[in-house]
Design a protein around this ligand. Structure first.
Ligand code: APR
Length: 232
């Protein structure tokens, strides 16, 4: 393989064939729900029950969801590549880990985690959250929130991500529309570092012109094919 340091960015399109909806486009989640009513700190302060219901519903979907061939192919790349592979996901599902991926950053947080706004503890969480759920650490009810990054909040581990982008020689974006920053800006960062940039998506994303190479089709087809080609 000609590449040493690889950064993969993944989005909702990767998990679409695992039965988890994407956000934009026909039947996307943001067609059915208003971002301002379920995905900002302000709406959680205003209507916490509505926000809990939205994330409880999505946490429930995870019980049925299994990783697909694209998740497994990316885990194989991480294991079989002799250089470094860092996967940065915008997805809050746990399907990368379920497929065996371990060098992973959940930049938008995780559905299977709760965060106590009172004591700051972040802990694994698989059940519904409500206003009466008590934090197992500080024992106070009413402070637990989904451990996800809402619009207006800072994504996780940005320093580590920017460092990896500045050193990578291959950047691959999978199943993301390129409409949400800072992730949408990663391709430009990687290009600036001199990396080869590749888009694997169903359709050309917003930033399609910034990629040196692109393969369009369902993730379960294009991702395994691309990984096989990379690993030779
Ligand atoms: N295979 C590959 N790509 C697919 C598939 C599929 N089966 N189905 C859909 N796609 C592509 C779409 O063409 C689109 O470009 O996946 C992309 C999904 O885009 P979005 O729904 O915008 O998801 P994403 O880019 O992950 O959104 C970024 O926005 O609201 C937020 O926080 C949320 O992390 C999310 C962020």
């Amino acid at each position: 393989m000609q590449f040493e340091k690889i950064v993969i960015l993944t989005g909702a399109g990767l998990s679409a064939e695992s039965g988890l909806g994407t956000f934009r486009g026909t039947d996307g989640l943001w067609d059915q729900y208003d971002i301002e009513e379920v995905a900002t700190p302000e709406c959680f302060a205003r209507s916490p029950v509505k926000v809990h219901d939205f994330y409880n519903m999505r946490r429930g979907w995870l019980k049925q969801a299994k990783p697909n061939a694209a998740h497994f192919a990316l885990a194989k790349l991480e294991h079989d590549h002799t250089g470094a592979v860092l996967t940065v996901t915008q997805n809050i599902d746990g399907l990368h880990e379920a497929a065996g991926c371990s060098h992973l950053i959940h930049m938008h947080g995780e559905l299977a985690s709760a965060l106590c706004a009172r004591c700051g503890t972040s802990l694994p969480w698989h059940e519904d959250l409500s206003l009466t759920t008590a934090c197992p650490v500080c024992h106070k009810a009413g402070f637990l929130r989904p451990d996800v990054v809402w619009f207006g909040e800072m994504p996780h581990e940005m320093e580590r991500i920017m460092e990896a982008l500045s050193r990578c020689d291959l950047f691959v974006a999978v199943g993301t529309s390129g409409m949400v920053y800072p992730a949408a800006g990663f391709v430009a960062e990687a290009k600036h570092a001199g990396a080869h940039t590749v888009e694997l998506n169903l359709d050309p994303s917003d930033g399609a012109s910034l990629f040196d190479e692109a393969h369009y089709g369902p993730a379960t087809e294009v991702v395994p094919a691309y990984v096989d080609k990379l690993l030779g």
